[in-house]
Design a protein around this ligand. Structure first.
Ligand code: DGL
Length: 224
């Protein structure tokens, strides 16, 4: 079991941001990565469809002898995590949202945090609900940015078109007074530099890939 791979999945290339960071922290581990590009984008799908695709992939990864599964997709983490955990009980299943919530609520002070993500993630209100379970002083401002994942998947990065779409979304009034911004989609670290540039380097941009992989690596070490 110890030498078995870790299974990671997303709707496309986004989860590679998590895989890359995990590989850096756990260089001796092997990984199986599944990008469900046939059904991308997940963020536009119904809860039922996301649950269906996600469980099928998780079962496939388990059939490949994976010793743990990482749901490297916020949309699937938001709506399908409990469903997968209920159906696969003998190996650890990780999502990409809980470690971020834990990190953010370590310090419970009054501030405004913005969250951007797919429609599925934002409509689930999962960030707001989970943050408020631990800290009521944090005000959570969520805004859906559905074009970003398909845009990144098409390779439109660091171009005029990506700049226009990012600017349009980030100037939305909902995000006007935020102190930091959570990238609530695993595709977004790939445009992190453009987002940082939009804010002239003056806003904290929270990229989940490192937070998530640190937390998973710690847990796997505890499990030996
Ligand atoms: N990378 C994904 C996420 O974190 C999914 C993007 C999509 O397929 O809509 O939500």
């Amino acid at each position: 079991m110890q030498n078995s791979p870790i299974g990671i999945f997303d709707s496309g290339i986004g989860g590679l941001t998590i895989a890359y960071s995990l590989k850096k922290i756990l260089p001796n581990e092997s990984f199986i990565y599944f990008g469900d590009t046939k059904h991308l984008p997940y963020g536009e799908k119904s809860e039922k469809a996301i649950k269906h695709y996600s469980l099928k992939i998780a079962l496939f990864l388990k059939s490949k002898n994976c010793k743990a599964i990482v749901i490297a997709c916020n949309s699937a983490s938001a709506v399908a995590f409990d469903h997968i955990k209920k159906n696969i009980t003998d190996i650890p299943i990780y999502n990409v949202i809980d470690p971020v919530i834990e990190k953010i609520t370590e310090e419970c002070t009054s501030k405004e945090i913005g969250v951007i993500g797919t429609k599925a993630t934002i409509e689930s209100s999962i960030y707001k609900e989970k943050i408020h379970q631990y800290c009521n002083k944090i005000s959570v401002k969520s805004h859906p940015t559905p074009l970003l994942a398909p845009m990144i998947e098409e390779g439109f990065i660091n171009q005029e078109i990506s700049k226009s779409i990012i600017t349009k979304y980030l100037t939305h009034y909902t995000l006007k007074n935020i102190n930091s911004l959570i990238l609530g989609c695993t595709h977004y670290p790939l445009i992190k530099n453009e987002i940082i540039k939009f804010y002239n380097n003056k806003l904290e941009v929270i990229d989940s890939s490192e937070i998530v992989s640190q937390s998973i690596s710690k847990d796997l070490k505890n499990l030996n």
